[in-house]
Every structure is written in structure tokens, then in C-alpha cells.
Design a protein around this ligand. Structure first.
Ligand code: SF4
Ligand code: SF4
Length: 257
């Protein structure tokens, strides 16, 4: 069943640009699976906050979590390297990828429920808490548990296809084989203390002491206060400068070792 789901998601993403006649193109998605009973899920309540949901809060008798990372094309990533403000291409890609994730979720929901199983519908941005600046379903933490990546110094998940893209996830009571997590770090700084290019690329001093101390408010100030832009298809509230033009933008930089 894992392969069927991987193939369906991959095909859906491949066809989406033509189907919707939109600008954004993507590389192949990276897909992983976690057991709903994985011991790391309850730990998210300690690490992120007591309101972080368990898979069983979203689907009774949950068995598995499906996670997917949808990487932007190289061209989109490169468009966001120059200047202080995010590129138009990057903004549009973010909006169109959120739409893709919403449609992909519906497609997966229908595919899974048609087989007689239950599935959740979780938006790409889920129950964002404006006060605490945390969400109660962290796609990136769930993606880590599902074995598709490791966190970089920039606090973003790095997958085998880099960090530039969007994440989505779904809970189901279908039994799926979990993806094995690796102990290896993908981030060069976490591996051997080198790189730190993401820190140097930050346009709003969100990394206070030039290391891993991350000031989320500074980051959000850049995204939501300084550069919000309106497009006919939605609001461009992005930045992503720390993710572009760095060794982990498009690949796992350790894969070259
Ligand atoms: S830019 Fe370098 S230090 Fe920053 S997350 Fe990527 S690999 Fe790690
Ligand atoms: S998204 Fe922008 S403001 Fe936030 S850490 Fe990255 S570069 Fe800095």
C-alpha cells in the first residue's frame, strides 16, 4: 500500500501544473510514513506545546501518518537569492503550493476513504497560534518523525531534495510501513560546525548570536509586517532568504560526502 500512495502523490504533483494552468513547477515529492504510535508523537507535547495534537486526536484509532515534501523547481529557488524581499516567483510558488496541498489532501482523502479507511484533512498551515507563534500540528516535526528529513541550523527540515518547498501530512487508520529514520545529520553545521550560510543570509537578524538561537518574532516581523504583498491569487507573506542560495536549498548537502 505504501507504493500505491507514493505513486499517487507523485503523479498528482506531476500533473498539477498542467491541470491548473499555473506558473509553479515542482520536482518529485519526497514521501514518508510514520506509525501513529511512534514514541516521538507524545514528545511533541513537551517540545512544541501541550496543545500539539496526537495522530489519534485527528483520527480515532489512527494507525499511520503520511507526510510529503513538495520541492520547488531550481528556477524558483534561484529567483529568491537576490534582493532583500522575496521574489514574485517565490511568493506565487508558496501560494500555489498551498493550493496544491489542499487539493492533494482532498484527492488522498477520497482515495483512502474509497478503500473504506478514515483520513484527516489538515491544511498546509494549521491552527496557527498568533500568541505563542506555534501550531498544534507541526508538519515539519511530523515530517521528521516520518523519516523524510533532518532539521538544519535554520530550523527548517532538510530532505534529500533540499529544504525549499512545502510540507503536508495526513493521518489515517490504514496500516502503512513506517519509513526508517537516519541518525545522520544533513546540515553541515550540525555535522561538523561548518557552513552557517543560512545565518549569514538572514535579512532580519533572526539568528541573534550568529548561531542557532532563533528569534521567531524577528522572522515573523520580516514575513508578516515588512513585506506582505497582494497578488490576484492571494497574499504573498513569505521570505525564505535563509533557504535559498545555500548548500541545503535543493539537496541533502551530506549526500555528496
Ligand atoms: S545553510 Fe548550511 S548551516 Fe544552514 S541549514 Fe543549510 S547546511 Fe545547515
Ligand atoms: S525566513 Fe527570512 S527573516 Fe526568517 S530566518 Fe529566514 S531569512 Fe531570516
Amino acid at each position: 500500500m505504501n507504493k500505491e500512495i507514493v505513486d499517487s502523490i507523485t503523479q498528482y504533483v506531476k500533473n498539477y501544473q498542467e491541470l491548473k494552468q499555473i506558473e509553479t513547477d515542482w520536482r518529485d515529492p519526497v514521501i514518508g510514513f510514520a506509525a501513529a504510535k511512534d514514541e516521538l508523537f507524545p514528545k511533541l507535547k513537551e517540545i512544541i506545546g501541550p496543545n500539539h495534537a496526537l495522530p489519534s486526536d485527528l483520527i480515532p484509532n489512527a494507525k499511520s501518518v503520511i507526510t510529503f515534501f513538495i520541492p520547488f523547481s531550481k528556477e524558483i529557488v534561484e529567483s529568491n537569492i537576490p534582493e532583500e524581499e522575496s521574489s514574485r516567483k517565490w511568493d506565487i510558488a508558496t501560494i500555489e503550493t498551498n493550493n496544491l496541498i489542499a487539493d492533494l489532501n482532498k484527492f488522498l482523502f477520497e482515495t483512502i476513504t474509497a478503500k473504506g479507511y478514515k483520513a484527516s484533512l489538515i491544511p498546509a498551515t494549521y491552527n496557527y497560534d498568533q500568541e505563542k507563534l506555534i501550531s498544534d500540528w507541526s508538519h515539519k516535526s511530523v515530517a521528521y518523525i516520518s523519516g523524510i528529513g533532518k532539521f538544519g541550523l535554520h530550523h527548517i527540515l532538510i530532505t534529500k531534495s533540499g529544504c525549499c518547498g512545502r510540507l503536508g501530512s495526513m493521518v489515517t487508520d490504514m496500516e502503512l510501513t513506517p519509513t526508517t529514520r537516519t541518525d545522520e545529520e544533513y546540515c553541515l553545521y550540525k555535522h561538523n560546525g561548518t557552513c552557517k550560510k543560512c545565518v549569514k543570509r538572514c535579512v532580519n537578524h533572526a539568528f541573534q548570536d550568529s548561531t542557532s538561537v532563533f528569534n521567531r518574532k524577528k522572522c515573523n516581523e520580516q514575513i508578516y509586517d515588512k513585506i506582505i504583498r497582494e497578488y490576484p491569487i492571494g497574499i504573498g507573506d513569505t521570505c525564505g532568504k535563509c533557504m535559498c542560495g545555500v548548500p541545503c536549498s535543493l539537496v541533502n548537502p551530506r549526500a555528496r560526502d
